[in-house]
Write a protein that binds this ligand. Structure first.
Ligand code: NDP
Length: 603
């Protein structure tokens, strides 16, 4: 099969497609996403936040707010900033975490870094004057920047942390959302922006016996340094003399495996599907480059990345990394001027790229059998591509063993350890790098119920499929804005999408407040037209995902009926961003229906 990895001229696309299909078939399971379980019930200890005060208490809050933002990650922070800039003062925040930061609050595992260049991934660099110290910044630096943003725009003053929203009910008389939380709060908000994150609900595999393990174990998003010692830079002295197992080799697994290998006596990596791991090429930020930056640089750089990763050559490749060099393959481009993708050209680019990824494994990993086990056989974008300069090298260490489960996954967990192929591996610590819920039902993922006009719940409203305008608003749920991927634009770098969405939402809210508008929601026609556009693109996306190895991208190979219309907007990032910018520039009120503010609401 390696003969098909020699470059475009000799590549045997048919043989590769057959191999991909065989590997996919090994991994398909009838229980699909049902194989995972949330961190509740007998697994609720896994949800404990190791970084927050477990004894924290406070009196319930009862107040009105002009805007309530649920979630203090990048989406919520950007929403807060844009609202402040638009002159909105009364902004409340609620977050389950103990601080702002979202992903970067929760994910503090060893080795954590962003996997998109930090100069375009980390928001508001020009506004704050902060420049990340490396091309791919450490998680702690990004988390600190989140706090910097919250302080700079004075967002802490009305933030309720360690608090989970339970319910949102629209009160038509008051034209407000009545929002209740698990700490007995009741906030009557005129507008709600829900930014609960794209990958924020951790999941565990339903491996038989998981609850019986008697050693220490946790999910990577709840790393317990109290047990391991050290910090995200490694030096985990608590692991001296310990046998450690990791289940999961996705983006998280490939980042935490190298530091674990350095600290543990022995590390077992339990692999179901190998990740694609390309060159990272991280480097410190060059002060001369920083000094050369001129106004507008971040947005320009971010657009450059969006174009290149949409398959459109757009001048110089400013980022020049493993994401953008897909276009450097000898395939020409794979995107039209507006970023619409040519599936055949894309397929060739992906196959060539994966060939190089496999060749790289042979050049790094000494043991032949281990190298073969580490080779991924699926299209490049079937899973989130990974990048690392030390992950593959880790398998050359004598204290690291790759346990390849041949696509079947871990068989069983016992009080002592993990069983694969009938053999038990005894462990002191078992780490679950097993990911997060992704684009499942809105209520399941957000964790709260939303009841709109006329007592209709969002679940009922979407019972035959999601219905939105731009993936941001839904009719019957006035003054409610969502930031998720459901029917929304999608891009490799989420940041420009979050920026465009929050700028659009803040403009609507500011217009409504100044224009004495009581409620705003999409018109029936506009919503239907948007859903129509999303669904028209669904078959092409479905065809690609159906060819992919199971992962969270394709609901483990079997999308449930209830999420069929949860697909992202198929027109591509360039078109989506252009559309939102255009709408915002024109005042943002097109395609919306409004009612005036009534007396009870203004009181
Ligand atoms: P993923 O869902 O990507 O990976 C989960 C892993 O767990 C997979 O390797 C999966 O195998 C494995 N697994 C699940 N069940 C079993 C089982 N029963 N036996 C053995 N293995 C099992 O989660 P991640 O946390 O790695 O990443 C999620 C996303 O978060 C990324 O795709 C990325 O978007 C984001 N992320 C970003 C980072 C960054 O910017 N630095 C870092 C980390 C994450 P299989 O592949 O076979 O399903």
């Amino acid at each position: 099969m390696n003969s098909s990895d020699q470059g475009e001229g000799s590549i045997d696309f048919e043989a590769l497609s057959r191999k991909y299909a065989e590997e996919r078939a090994k991994r398909l399971r009838s229980d699909a996403i049902g194989q995972y379980q949330p961190l509740t019930g007998k697994l609720s200890a896994y949800a404990r936040d190791p970084n927050a005060d477990p004894d924290f208490t406070r009196d319930p809050v009862r107040r009105d707010a002009e805007v309530l933002v649920i979630g203090g990650g990048f989406g919520g922070l950007l929403g807060g900033v844009r609202l402040r800039e638009a002159g909105v003062e009364d902004i409340a925040f609620v977050d389950k975490a103990g601080d702002f930061g979202g992903t970067w609050y929760w994910n503090r595992y060893p080795g954590v870094r962003c996997d998109i260049e930090s100069y375009i991934y980390v928001p508001l660099l020009e506004e704050t004057g902060f420049i990340p110290t490396e091309k791919y910044a450490k998680g702690a630096e990004i988390f600190e920047h989140c706090q910097r943003i919250a302080q700079r725009w004075d967002l802490y003053k009305a933030a309720l942390f360690q608090t989970a929203v339970q319910e949102l009910v629209w009160n038509e008389d008051r034209q407000r959302w009545i929002v209740t939380t698990d700490r007995g709060d009741e906030i009557a908000a005129r507008f709600v922006i829900s930014c609960t994150g794209l990958l924020s609900s951790p999941k565990l595999p339903g491996i038989p016996g998981i609850e019986t393990f008697a050693g220490k174990s946790f999910h990577t998003s709840r790393w317990d340094y109290g047990y391991t010692g050290g910090n995200a830079d490694g030096a985990m002295t608590g692991l001296a003399g310990k046998k450690v197992g990791v289940i999961g080799t996705g983006s998280t697994g490939i980042q935490c495996v190298p530091p674990l290998a350095e600290s543990a006596e022995h590390l077992y990596v339990f692999q179901r599907t190998p990740a694609s791991v390309d060159i990272r090429g991280n480097r410190p930020t060059d002060p001369a480059w920083t000094a050369s930056l001129t106004t507008g640089w971040q947005q320009q750089r971010s657009w450059n990345f969006t174009y290149w990763t949409s398959g459109v050559r757009q001048g110089e490749d400013m980022i020049a990394d493993g994401w953008t060099n897909l276009l450097a393959e000898p395939t020409g481009g794979f995107g039209g001027a507006a970023g619409e993708v040519d599936p055949e050209a894309m397929q060739r680019a992906e196959m060539l790229k994966m060939g190089k990824v496999r060749q790289r494994i042979d050049s790094i990993v000494d043991d032949h059998a281990t190298a073969e086990s580490l080779k991924p056989w699926f299209n490049y974008f079937c899973k989130r591509p990974g990048f690392s300069d030390d992950y593959l090298q880790t398998y050359n260490r004598p204290n690291v063993t790759l346990i390849d489960t041949g696509g079947l996954g871990v068989e069983r967990i016992t009080p002592k350890g993990v069983v694969v192929g009938g053999r038990e591996y005894e462990l002191d610590l078992l780490v679950f790098a097993t990911g997060f819920d992704f684009m499942t039902e809105y209520t399941r993922e957000s964790g709260f119920h939303v009841t709109g006009r006329g007592g209709v719940s969002l679940d009922e409203h979407w019972v035959t499929g999601a219905r939105t305008l731009y993936g941001i608003m839904t009719r019957g749920f006035p003054n409610f804005f969502m930031m998720s991927l459901v029917q929304s634009g999608i891009a490799i770098n989420y940041m420009p999408i979050a920026e465009a969405q929050t700028a659009y939402i803040a403009t609507i809210i500011a217009n409504s407040l100044s224009g004495k508008i009581g409620s705003v929601e999409p018109s029936q026609e506009a919503e239907e037209a948007w859903v129509g556009e999303v669904l028209a693109g669904a078959p092409a996306r479905r065809a690609f995902l159906d060819s992919c190895t199971p992962s969270y991208f394709n609901y483990e190979g079997k999308p449930p009926k209830s999420v069929e219309s949860n697909q992202p907007y198929p027109g591509g990032a360039i078109k989506y961003l252009g559309l939102l910018d255009e709408q915002r520039a024109a005042g943002a009120m097109a395609n919306l229906e409004t009612t005036s503010l009534n007396q009870k609401a203004s009181g």
